[in-house]
Ligand binder design. Structure first.
Ligand SMILES: Cc1ncc(COP(=O)(O)O)c(C=O)c1O
Length: 367
């Protein structure tokens, strides 16, 4: 199978699996235990934490069960700690449900949420953001790369706009970490990363922070400086550090993306959904009058795996909130597919996709 669904999840690297197995076998003690085995596990945990913090250039790293939990911790953690300063939070309509639904939960608790609109390419406007800022704004939460269409939010510009204000910037970097670096002048206060999107393990993520206090979401034994209780999985932490260290996207991804854009544009019923300048590893396209599921299943019969707009919404017959927000013309709305590259994608995969798409299109074009 040619696997082009890397934004849903990636295949773990062999080295990551080896690290996980080795750490599970040798460093099985509880890192909070006082004996030497516990100390050895703690040393490995802290070394993984330091490596990750160094690589992301953040001060503090909390291990979580994935991107969803990290986003929950970022929003609830800031909201509940800094509510005395204000109860206004800004996010965007195309964020991941892990942010949008957490914002909704905060709204029910009395916080006020502004959801920035986007243009047809999924871009926010900095003027909209500027106008949305209020004296009681405590947090802006924006993703770096959109998981459905690859749009890149202007994190460096947002960070400049917030400079000197007492407003935290949370960046959900789940779709970009290890693939597309944040600009050097982007200064997030909180950063979410998930291991399974960068050839690491599922059920493993981090929230990294710079000088932010967080109220816990999970209460218990007080691990992770009291912010995230629960016995920390040292093997997951070590495997996360390994995955992040080894992440090496091909420099050819941009060329493959451009090649696919040119190729797919030649089909009369195809519309490129991802805007120009989107992340190189994600390309969303739509076929007029055809259901995305039909294309996905046709491609699968040809040995190529892609998905409809996102893994979360792919089993959902409802049009995705991102596709609605960018106002994709109605005849294309149900026909969106997402092609996404990972570190193991190569030129042959792209060529095989092209051939498979050509074959599927021949069948569906008469429909
Ligand atoms: C942008 C974004 N944020 C958060 C998540 C959730 O991450 P996890 O699957 O690790 O909970 C995803 C997963 O698809 C995502 O794409």
């Amino acid at each position: 199978m040619i696997y082009l669904d890397n934004s849903a999840t990636t295949k773990p690297r062999e080295e990551v699996l080896e690290t996980f197995v080795k750490a599970s076998a040798q460093f099985y003690a509880n890192p909070a235990s006082l004996h030497t085995l516990g100390n050895a596990a703690e040393d490995l945990l802290e070394s993984a934490r330091r490596q990750i913090a160094g690589s992301l250039q953040m001060d503090t790293v909390y291990f979580t069960s994935g991107g969803t939990e990290a986003n929950n911790l970022a929003l609830f953690g800031v909201a509940h700690t800094y509510a005395h300063r204000g109860k206004h939070i800004i996010t965007c309509v195309t964020e991941h449900p892990a942010v949008l639904n957490t914002a909704l939960a905060l709204e029910r608790q009395g916080f006020e949420i502004t959801r920035l609109p986007v243009d047809e390419g999924g871009h926010i406007s900095l003027e909209d953001l500027q106008q949305a800022l209020r004296p009681d704004t405590i947090l802006v939460s924006l993703m770096h790369v959109n998981n459905e269409i690859g749009t890149i939010h202007p994190i460096a510009e947002v960070s400049r706009l917030l400079a000197g204000k007492r407003i935290f910037l949370h960046v959900d970097a789940v779709q970009s970490a290890g693939k597309l670096a944040l600009p050097a002048d982007a200064m997030p206060d909180l950063l979410t990363v998930s291991a399974h999107k960068l050839h690491g393990l599922k059920g493993s993520g981090i929230l990294a922070t710079n000088n932010v206090e967080l109220a816990p979401v999970l209460h218990g034994g007080g691990q992770e400086s009291g912010v995230r209780s629960g016995t920390v999985s040292v093997p997951h932490a070590a495997a996360f550090a390994k995955a992040l260290r080894l992440a090496t996207p091909s420099p050819d991804q941009r060329a493959w993306n451009n090649d696919l854009r040119t190729f797919l544009s030649t089909f009369e019923r195809v519309k490129i959904v991802s805007p120009q300048g989107a992340a190189p590893h994600i390309l969303a396209v739509a076929v007029r009058g055809v259901k995305g599921e039909v294309i996905v299943s046709g491609l699968q019969q040809q040995g190529v795996v892609v998905s409809t707009s996102s893994a979360c919404s792919s089993k959902n017959t409802k049009t995705s909130h991102v596709i609605e927000a960018i106002r994709l013309p109605q005849p294309y709305r149900n026909g969106v597919i997402r092609i996404s590259f990972g570190d193991f994608t190569n030129r042959t995969d792209i060529d095989k996709f092209k051939q498979a798409f050509q074959n599927v299109y021949e069948v569906i074009k008469g429909v």
